[in-house]
Every structure is written in C-alpha cells, then in structure tokens.
Design a protein around this ligand. Structure first.
Ligand SMILES: *[C@@H]1O[C@H](CO)[C@@H](O)[C@H](O)[C@H]1NC(C)=O
Length: 443
C-alpha cells in the first residue's frame, strides 16, 4: 500500500462505487419482522458496550466525548475541503459514538460496529487479521458458509485491484493521520436481532473484509457506513433508515434503536436533506432560546461552493459545532442567563469552553429549551443536550465554535442534540424526519 497517497486510494474506491452500482444485485430480505432491519444501538460508554470502563469517571467520559467531537470536526472539515471529484466518504472517521449490534455470516458471529453517517464504506475485522485486537469475537470467513470474496473479474475496479494469488478484489484505505484498514471486498449475510422482537437477515451485503488494520482501528470490530455513498449499507438495504436515541448520560439506557431499510420510522415534521459527498446536510434557518430568536443571519448556515459551509447532521460527534456568528450569539445568551447566577470556571486544557460551577441538573432547572429551526421542522434541545457535566462540580455548554482559522467552517449537529428524538432519513426522497419522543415507547 502506498502510504502517502490517500487520494489515489480514494479515487480507486470511487470507481468501485460506480461499478458496484451497475453490477451488483442486492437481495435483502426482511423475513420475520415487518419492521425491517431493527437493531440495538449501544453508546460507547454504556454498560452494554464492550468498551465499558467501570472505573471511568464522569470527567473521563466528558473528556472522551469532547475528544471524539474534536476528531470528528477535523474529519468532516477534511472531508468537505477536498476536490469535488474525490470521495471523502471513504476516509476513515475515527472512533464513533454508537455501536451497532449486528451478526455476520452463517453461523452468525456477533459484532459491534460503529454507526457512521459520515462515511460510506462498511468494513470489519476478518480472521486472520494483522493488527486486530478486537475485544469481541472476530469473524472468520473460512467458517462461514455464506462468505463470497469478490473475484478479480468481478468488474474493472477489481481487475485493477487484484490479489492474483488469491483471486480476490482488494481494498485499501489510508487516512491522513496514518490510520488504515485494508483487505478484500466480499459479500455476506447480515443478521439483526433484538430480544423479544425477532431477527431479520440482509443477504449479499458488500463489505470490506479487513485483513490488516492499525491504530485506532485495532479494538473495534469495524465501521458501518451509513453515509450517502452508493455502496453505503444505507443504500444496500433500501434507501431509508432511522434511529431513536435516549439519554447519553445514562450508562444503563437500553432503548436506543437503529432501523435500516423500508421499516425505517419516518415520523414527525420533515425538512429537506441535501445529499452531497456522502454527507447529510440540513437547512438551518435560525436558533432560539426560549421565545427569543437569536439575531443570526441565516446565510451563515448556508453551503458555499465548493464544499464549504453548511450544516451536517452527524452520528460521529457528540457536541454541536457552529460557525462563529451563530456561536457568538448562542454563547452570549447562555452567558447572560446562566452567568447571572453561577460563577464561571476554567477547565484545565480547555480555556475556551463556557463552563460554570454548579450542578446542571439542579442549577439549570429553569434554563429554557433551545430550538434549532430547520426548514419545516424543529429540533428542541433540553438542558442535557445543551450542556455536558464535566466534573462533579461543573458543567460546560456542549456547543463549540467550528474555529475560524479556515474559511471552510461547517456546522455539525452531533448526537447530544439528537437525544430524545427519532430521526428518520429518507434518502431517495431527500427528507429528514424529526420527532421528539421517548424511545422506550417508540420501540
Ligand atoms: C478506565 O478508566 C480509568 C480511569 O480513567 C483509566 O485509568 C483506565 O486506563 C481505563 N481503562 C481502559 C481499558 O481504558
């Protein structure tokens, strides 16, 4: 693998997408459940997660959430700023927020894949794998009766990316920070299962069978790409998906759900989805705090050609990122309200954050809801979406500015903001459905 040529890989993989689009016949089936492919989403820090760390403190979790969000901002910025004909969705997105519980092969092997709406390649560790140290059982294709490697004559991409000895179509992707995953393309059957709700199978799903990975992809099973690329799992099982996310703070919360395909829950008000470069953009028109509409020119949220600006709804960040003009307004409103009765504190290593000494659950009891007004639908943020507890005696606003160093600032709506909502993506009709809800009742 050429270490310094991510764009060469990206360009090659882009060809794959085009070729698969025309040659692959996807046969998915939802045999037992009328709702389609339904499965559990597990927060990275949940007790249900293989990464659960019982000795991690609230402060540790907040730091990690913040680190994930910062890494995500960098990833999405890089993804947006390339030339229009390269494929950003192939670059690797870093560690995610939610794990998808999923089974692969026959007999099925349980995997925990990161859900990623910001990339479109699905890959997972395949035994034998160099560098894989995953904590969950590794999938071994030689023990599965439904594994089919794509052969070199599958299409022109495979002919050009062929492991002659094995007659296998290969993939390799290198991210700018040196992270990489490489292996071969194959098809497999996936199973989604929820206790008391049954199982569903998706056949002949194309995925990357990772035979070599390095940091930071050693410990995770893989990534489930739900971006808008043609080969994305979202597009292989239908053209819809939805998720319902409850409390991110509660490590015992067990009702987060992902629904793929036509059973996706598309409820509530809808707003246009702008699909570009594999990412999901929304049209944000304003923000209000309580009844007060902030004086923000809606133009600051618009996309600017080529590949700058805009508002991305994203599964890989927890925090919200806003361009400077919007951030300044929201921050000063929070300062005016909360600063009138609580003292500011400075968090070590993060002098720029807006943090206060106090208890978010007690001291913010009267803080008004913050509404993000999209064209046609609203996202209403309660206190636990706007603020993150960082120590036992302090909390910070979970909104940061998308840094003014480059002109290609983007706005990101991360997962904290999506708590207590069902979010439905209708890719073919280009609409996003938002409904504030209790996920225990929806599921
Ligand atoms: C778990 O959290 C503790 C406390 O922060 C930390 O020292 C330890 O390295 C963590 N363990 C793992 C496996 O991440």
């Amino acid at each position: 693998m050429e270490p310094a040529s991510p764009f060469v890989h990206d360009a090659k993989l882009f060809l794959v997408i085009l070729v698969f689009l025309s040659t692959t016949n996807i046969t998915s089936s939802a045999a037992t459940s009328p709702r389609g492919f339904v499965t559990e989403l597990i927060h990275h820090d949940s007790i249900l997660s293989p990464f659960y760390n019982a000795s991690a403190t609230v402060a540790d979790r907040a730091t990690r959430a913040r680190e994930r969000s910062v890494a995500r901002l960098s990833y999405l910025k890089a993804a947006m700023s390339g030339t229009p004909d390269s494929v950003r969705g192939i670059m690797f997105p870093g560690e995610g927020v939610f794990l998808v519980s999923m089974y692969i092969g026959n007999p099925p092997v349980h995997q925990f894949m990161y859900m990623d709406t910001g990339s479109s390649l699905t890959w997972l560790h395949c035994f034998p794998c160099i560098g894989c140290t995953t904590t969950t059982p590794i999938y071994d294709p030689s023990r599965s009766s439904t594994y089919y490697p794509l052969p070199c004559d599958h299409d022109p991409y495979c002919a050009a990316n062929c492991d002659m000895q094995r007659n296998e179509c290969t993939y390799g992707a290198v991210y700018a920070d040196g992270a990489s995953s490489s292996g071969n393309f194959a098809t497999e059957d996936l199973m989604f299962y929820i206790e008391n709700e049954g199982e569903t199978f998706a056949s002949d799903i194309i995925f990357g069978c990772a035979r070599a990975v390095n940091e930071p992809y050693r410990d995770i099973s893989g990534i489930m790409g739900l971006g808008n690329g043609e080969r994305s799992l979202a597009n292989q099982v239908g053209t819809k998906f939805s998720y319902c996310i409850g409390s991110l703070d509660d490590p015992n919360y067990a009702h987060n759900r992902l629904v793929l395909g036509n059973g996706a829950v598309l409820v509530g008000r809808s707003t246009p989805l702008d699909l570009d470069m594999g990412h999901y953009f929304l049209s944000l028109v304003g923000i209000s705090v309580g009844n007060e509409q902030l004086p923000i020119n809606r133009r600051v949220f618009r996309r600017r050609w080529p590949g700058t600006g805009g508002v991305i709804i994203d599964s890989g960040a927890e925090w919200i990122y806003l361009v400077r003009d919007a951030y300044v307004q929201l921050r000063s409103t929070v300062e005016r309200i909360v600063g009138s009765y609580l003292a500011r504190v400075t968090i070590r290593n993060h002098p720029g954050w807006l943090c206060y000494r106090g208890s978010a659950s007690i001291d913010l009891e009267d803080f008004p809801p913050v509404t993000f007004h999209f064209d046609g639908a609203n996202l209403v943020l309660g206190v636990t979406s706007m603020f993150q507890v960082v120590t036992s005696t302090s909390f910070c606003m979970a909104v940061d500015k998308a840094n003014g160093q480059t002109p290609d600032d983007i706005n990101i709506i991360g997962m904290l903001a999506q708590q207590h909502h069902n979010i439905g993506y209708d890719i073919s009709r280009r609409m996003l459905y938002i409904r504030q809800t209790n996920c225990e009742r929806v599921n």
